[in-house]
Design a protein around this ligand. Structure first.
Ligand SMILES: [Zn+2]
Length: 281
């Protein structure tokens, strides 16, 4: 098995999104805003090679944004685009066998599709795209809160091309890779559990957007549709991470891509950064 973090870009967002009800005096101890009071947020995905399959987990905002939306997100590519970073691993879009969509919010699945000659088509022509069926149902029926992030162009063309596999509950991808349902941020949100390496790993997605969300049980983003469910789900995976010395991959954190949950001398939870993740997997 091989595993690589790949950047699909970086955005600058209002801190009210990731930190919701958390007072600024508290989150400011962990994160710094720029002179426009915006926080940097990464769009880091995973490329897993397992049993001869090239598996892409999430794919960022994609390349279909118009100039206005690009400006709203303040989208930049300090570490290159998704396709550039796949090419650095010797991969073309046609080489991706499976795309795992953790959920269908625009900053996670915008790269599912691409704009070619005025039509929106699947970015990965040979891939099967896996998503929870409950997530698909919610994305097809957005409400006043979710309609700005459930954008049909990111997933309807995949369905039209017959490339979706709709999951009902946890689902095994390969011997080492599994989708596990982790409701709260959305009802059909899933994390990706990777075993078979030296230590078990979890691609946390928006169960904890930043590392500090994983440490602080009550810290939940403004976008979570069922925040109390997020807290229950998080508590279960905090226990799992402690028991298994797991490596945790954070999709959006600007300062910690990989971390480990530990208890300090007073029994309080703490997240420690892991810089050289390749030597740990
Ligand atoms: Zn997100």
């Amino acid at each position: 098995m091989e595993l690589h973090i790949i950047s699909t870009g970086q955005v600058w967002v209002d801190p009210g999104g990731p930190f919701g009800l958390v007072p600024e005096s508290l989150w400011k101890r962990h994160h710094t805003v720029n002179d426009r009071h915006l926080l940097p947020m990464e769009l880091n995905c995973l490329l897993i090679k397992s049993e001869g399959q090239n598996i892409l987990v999430d794919n960022g905002l994609g390349d279909k944004l118009n100039e206005k939306t690009k400006r709203q997100w303040n989208l930049e590519y300090p570490q290159g685009t998704l396709n550039e970073n796949l090419a650095n691993l010797g991969l073309k879009p046609e080489d991706i066998d499976i795309v795992l969509d953790t959920h269908l919010h625009a900053d996670h699945c915008g790269g599912n599709t691409t704009l070619i000659d005025g039509s929106v088509i699947p970015s990965f022509p040979n891939a099967e795209y896996w998503v929870q069926s409950i997530e698909w149902g919610d994305a097809m029926n957005p409400d006043a809160r979710t309609s700005s992030t459930y954008l049909a162009d990111n997933y309807v063309p995949i369905w039209e091309a017959g490339q979706f596999r709709f999951l009902v509950g946890d689902a095994r991808v390969t011997k080492d890779v599994q989708c596990v349902v982790t409701p709260g941020h959305t009802r059909g949100h899933q994390c990706i559990l990777i075993e078979g390496g030296k230590r078990p790993m979890l691609y946390v997605a928006d169960l904890a957007s930043f590392a500090i969300h994983f440490q602080r049980s009550a810290w939940v983003t403004a976008f979570d549709v069922e925040p109390l469910e997020t807290i229950r789900t998080k508590s279960k995976w905090q226990d799992w991470a402690l028991d298994n010395h797991a490596l945790l991959f954070f999709e959006h954190d600007p300062t910690m891509r990989v971390g480990e949950l530990v208890k300090d001398g007073d029994g309080r939870l703490q997240i420690l950064a892991i810089e050289d993740y390749q030597s740990k997997i």
